[in-house]
Design a protein around this ligand. Structure first.
Ligand code: ADP
Length: 270
């Protein structure tokens, strides 16, 4: 805590007042530190693909372009790096929008049962070649929640794409939707590498990765779960992880479940 005192003096020199302003310096310093660290992280994350692209382009200019075997490989690397940078910038833009005060939510009633089935189906189609098995367990009746469809799609995409990224070939990914009294819980579980216990508290932090090189190789930006967390919080829910190193990971999030919405059929949109 930092205190600033101003003594109010009258023209005749008599003091008749004291103003004390108290600042929470630790909080300010913390925010400033976080901001500095964030800018350093962003710069580093952008410099890495740029440096790599520079050296591949130089090699192409120095003659690799004439080599019919090497040229396509080098061009492919620069394409991948460009795509990763675009993903990173998109993620950053999204986070910055969510940080701003006028964060817009397009709220509608959503059939979460159907919504989850559709998203898992889409992942099933797009990972056909990776022989990953998807299982889904939803309540037998339709469960409705109130939320922003695009943002919830992004939330599911981020969690499911991690599950796919960190899964072994032939692994199973299960998605379970469970109603509780006042909330619905969605759990996405994989049989992948898992997260060591000591790293679990940090996985929702911006740019945090358990294994930086592995995440980069898999095309990660280190922002997926940070964005997921912001989306869940904006919906009034919570997100958490349980994981066994080497065995698999389960990411769960909750969304408020409003009984009235589930009883009033007129309000529903699909
Ligand atoms: P990234 O783009 O690196 O995947 P995320 O923010 O999505 O970034 O995740 C942060 C880190 O959490 C990852 O780098 C990885 O170490 C860990 N992680 C997230 N999901 C999983 C998972 N399903 N299995 C194992 N590790 C995971």
């Amino acid at each position: 805590l930092e205190a600033h005192f101003s003594i109010i003096e009258k023209e005749n020199g008599n003091q008749n007042g004291l103003i004390a302003v108290l600042h929470d310096v630790t909080e300010q310093e913390r925010i400033e530190d976080e901001r500095r660290e964030f800018v350093a992280n962003v710069s580093h994350e952008l410099r890495t693909p740029l440096t790599s692209m520079k050296s591949y382009l130089e090699a192409l200019a120095d003659g690799a372009l004439e080599d019919p075997e090497i040229a396509p490989r080098f061009i492919n690397v620069t394409q991948n790096e460009t795509e990763r940078m675009i993903r990173l910038v998109n993620d950053l833009l999204q986070l910055s929008k969510m940080d701003s005060k006028d964060y817009q939510m397009n709220i509608a009633t959503i059939n979460l049962t159907l919504f989850t089935e559709q998203i898992v189906e889409r992942f099933q189609m797009s990972t056909k070649n990776e022989s990953i098995l998807f299982k889904i367990k939803v309540p037998s009746k339709d469960v409705f929640i109130i939320g922003d469809r695009d943002k919830l799609t992004q939330l599911m995409d981020n969690i499911l794409s991690n599950a796919v990224k960190y899964s072994p070939e032939g692994g199973t990914i299960s998605c379970v939707v469970k109603e509780e009294k006042e909330r619905v819980i969605v759990t996405i579980k994989d049989e992948g590498v898992g997260i060591p216990k000591e790293n679990i508290p940090y996985v929702f932090d911006r740019f945090y990765r358990v294994d930086k090189a592995r995440s980069r190789n898999l095309g990660g930006t280190g922002l997926g779960l940070a964005i997921a967390k912001e989306i869940v919080l904006a919906h009034g829910g919570n997100i958490w992880v349980s994981s066994d190193w080497g065995k698999g990971t389960a990411i769960s999030f909750s969304l408020p479940y409003d009984e009235a919405v589930n009883e009033d059929e007129d309000d529903r949109t699909y």
